[in-house]
Design a protein. Structure first.
Length: 255
């Protein structure tokens, strides 16, 4: 499947609002490894703008259920214009099949779809996909869909760059980092009591929280802010810190 994507021109990651963080976090990895520009879009805004899509574009659609309405409409919009559509959704798995939507012929000629949960519209109508294999979410605070989507997208980026000799060392470092994730997660979970004390003694008294991060961590800040709002009903925003400058272009708040 991936060998047919090496001639891609542009990646459009069309997504729904809740699932923005994993795509924002992996955009830089895709651009670094593939050396092609990546646009991250909200499906609703993407449709409102009638964004130009071309036959040599690759569009990645992310949905936990595979039935998100605005994402489905955005996918059909791209299919009508001949773009290759990929769906790393929780309701998809990697089996070759014909898409349900009759789209114009594309240069890739990939008629792939993936299905794990029968009836998932995105997995049926997209050309190909990846099963994140996260299982059902039990509570609203679940983060396994986010982490699984992030890892799936990173692995896709690594696969896209497998023929680039200049990227081999970087690919190996990313793969080694993925192998270290279980141990790192275990060490974080061991801090459970300390984090509970921080929440009770300090954060519970606050009416508004700002979580700050930049680079790869900015998307994690957005996801963390979302979970705090969902669970604690406390105003919380993930923000990217910046260096303020004055009109003369210096990095100081005042000359």
């Amino acid at each position: 499947m991936f060998k047919d994507l090496f001639g891609l021109h542009r990646l459009d990651k069309t997504l729904i609002r809740v699932l923005a963080p994993p795509l924002l976090q992996t955009r830089s990895i895709f651009e670094e490894l593939t050396e092609v520009p990546v646009n991250v879009e909200l499906a609703s805004d993407f449709l409102d703008r009638r964004c130009p899509i071309f036959r040599d574009d690759v569009c990645i659609f992310v949905s936990q259920s595979g039935e998100t309405a605005d994402t489905i409409l955005a996918m059909r919009y791209c299919l009508e214009r001949g773009a290759l559509c990929v769906s790393p959704s929780q309701a998809s798995f990697g089996v070759l099949r014909r898409p349900a939507t009759d789209a114009p012929p594309t240069r890739f000629r990939l008629q792939l779809g993936v299905v794990n949960v029968v009836g998932s519209t995105i997995s049926r109508e997209s050309h190909c996909g990846v099963h994140i294999n996260a299982g059902p979410e039990i509570g609203v605070a679940s983060t396994k869909a986010y982490t699984s989507q992030y890892i799936a997208l990173v692995m896709m980026a690594v696969q896209f760059s497998e023929d680039a000799l200049s990227k081999q060392e970087r690919r190996r470092s990313i793969i080694d980092g993925l192998h270290e994730l279980p141990g790192q997660i275990s060490r974080v979970l061991q801090q459970d009591k300390a984090l509970q004390e921080l929440a009770r003694g300090t954060l519970a008294k606050e009416k508004s929280l700002l979580i700050m991060g930049r680079g790869y961590q900015f998307a994690t800040c957005l996801e963390g802010a979302l979970k705090i709002k969902e669970v604690a009903y406390c105003h919380c925003e993930g923000v990217r810190p910046f260096s303020p400058s004055c009109d003369c272009g210096c990095a100081e708040t005042a000359c």
